[in-house]
Design a protein around this ligand. Structure first.
Ligand code: ARG
Ligand code: ZN
Length: 465
């Protein structure tokens, strides 16, 4: 382990302990007034920060691809959850020209992705405050443990902006943890002829001299990793499914023809899952098809799925299902990633089943046919062994198999009620695997610890369950 890693690992332990310590307001305990530098996630201990809860991000960004220069102002509205003389934000790179808390200049320093802020006056627990950060520079791409590039990834004519799990601090100061959901607004200024697409609804588009300013707003709470402002040469088409506006954008230069037809399928997919799981979670939807080969993944960015190339039909189904499972019902810690990916993979199976394709049981069997000696079986979905395996096939396929096996075990009625209830109870919230097990036991009217132990946690190919 390098000294940097060692330092980070130790900080992670400290962060986890601090997070526990600050669970009770410092005022009551006489404890620390320093917000912890991380929230102690087992995979990303420094992601997110303690001591406050973000309510809203207002990001004002000016980007020029020719120089790859991003000039930003972030205004973050947050509520202190303890007395704070110091707290962190997560941000990588950039020069900071000014940092203000409630309008007053604040001292700050940098340590890796930690932007450490000391407001002039202590922020009392319960108080709402604003942090304004003026920053500029060339965004640094974030390389994930699995080797993918993310964050602000320059393309031929703009940038492809995706962040799962840790790209956000590469382009805006964040409390980068899925537990801290907030609303977002984006004001993005780009050269005329360039389209910038943020989450949520398009509020306005204004030309001034040789620039255009695009404003987007997402009014449902959103995990920071789901934020996007992908930009470039795009054709933007706006349609509707019911009352919900759908925004579809395709790079007409870099992407082969046919992408709009793929995106058009979203309307039916949204209707399908709304019937199956409950009402569509958000007030807008859509998708963006760009050409960003070094990213190498599609992402369910809230209300605007991001495709690094033209998606297959199954990928569209997958990303749309994440709007329910992943985006509205969010994980609490990253090792529970199967709650996102297993659900989305199973969603593809049930979509096929209900559209005259293979049944979910046939998909289960095809997946289960892997020989017991396959390394696939060594990484149980809720216990993959490290962040580099978070998006491995076991999380998706064995995660989906877990749900299908559960369906067979408790029966269709209980199973479909369970999924609807899971969504209804946890809409806009955060969940854990233990929460799911508890609810499954309630709907299934049986003890399911051994079942989930076998499917989610134990290495090896399940034989009885
Ligand atoms: N959630 C995305 C999907 O459903 C995958 C994100 C992969 N991220 C990564 N760093 N490999 O397909
Ligand atoms: Zn997925």
């Amino acid at each position: 382990m390098s000294s940097v890693l060692l330092r980070r690992a130790l900080t992670g332990v400290v962060a986890a302990l601090t997070a526990l310590a600050v669970a009770t307001p410092a005022a009551a305990t006489g404890g620390s007034t320093i917000g912890s530098p991380g929230l102690g996630d087992p995979y990303f201990p420094l992601a997110g920060n303690g001591g406050y809860d973000v309510r809203h991000y207002a990001l004002d960004l000016d980007y020029v691809r020719a120089t790859n220069f991003l000039d930003g102002t972030a205004v973050i509205t947050a509520r202190a959850t303890q007395n704070l003389t110091q707290f962190d934000l997560d941000l990588r790179g950039f020069e900071i020209s000014s940092l203000r808390v409630d309008g007053a200049p604040a001292r700050f320093s940098r340590d890796g992705q930690e932007l450490i802020v000391s407001p002039r006056k202590m922020l009392r627990a319960g108080r709402t405050f604003t942090v304004r950060v003026d920053y500029a520079g060339t965004p640094t791409e974030v390389i994930d443990p699995d080797g993918s590039s993310e964050g602000w990834v320059p393309t031929e004519d703009g940038a492809f902006v995706v962040n799962e799990p840790q790209g956000s601090p590469g382009w805006y100061p964040a409390n980068d943890n899925p537990r801290d959901k907030a609303t977002f607004e984006f004001t993005v200024t780009v050269p005329k002829g360039i389209t910038a697409i943020g989450n949520g609804k398009l509020i306005s588009k204004r030309d001034h001299k040789d620039k255009t300013t695009w404003r987007w707003r997402e009014d449902s709470p959103m995990a920071p990793y789901l934020a996007t402002v992908t930009n470039g040469v795009f054709e933007l088409r706006i349609s509707k499914v019911g009352k919900i506006p759908l925004y579809h954008a395709v790079d007409p230069v870099e992407v082969p023809e046919g992408a709009f037809e793929r995106l058009a399928a979203e309307a039916e997919v949204i209707t399908f899952f709304a019937q199956l799981y409950g009402p569509y979670p958000f007030t807008s939807g859509g998708g963006v098809v760009d050409h960003a080969p070094e990213v190498g993944y599609a992402l369910e960015s809230q209300t605007k799925s991001q495709y690094d190339s033209t998606p297959g039909a199954g990928t569209v189904v997958h990303e749309i299902s994440h709007q329910w499972f992943g985006n509205s019902v969010s994980l609490t810690v990253w090792p529970d990633i199967w709650l996102n990916e297993g659900f989305a993979a199973w969603s593809e199976w049930i979509y096929d089943e209900k559209h005259g394709g293979d049944t979910a049981q046939q998909s289960f069997e095809a997946s289960y046919a892997r020989p017991a000696t396959s390394s696939f079986w060594n990484r149980p979905p809720a216990n993959v062994g490290g962040p580099q395996f978070m998006f491995g096939s076991a999380v998706y396929d064995r995660g989906a198999m877990t749900l299908q096996a559960l369906r067979v075990k408790i029966g269709d009625k209980a199973f479909f009620d369970l999924l609807r209830d899971w969504y209804a109870k946890n809409r806009n919230g955060n969940v854990t695997t233990a929460d799911f097990v508890r609810l499954a036991e309630k709907h299934g009217r049986q003890q399911l610890d051994a079942f989930f132990q076998t499917w989610l946690y134990q290495p090896g190919k399940p034989t009885t369950w």
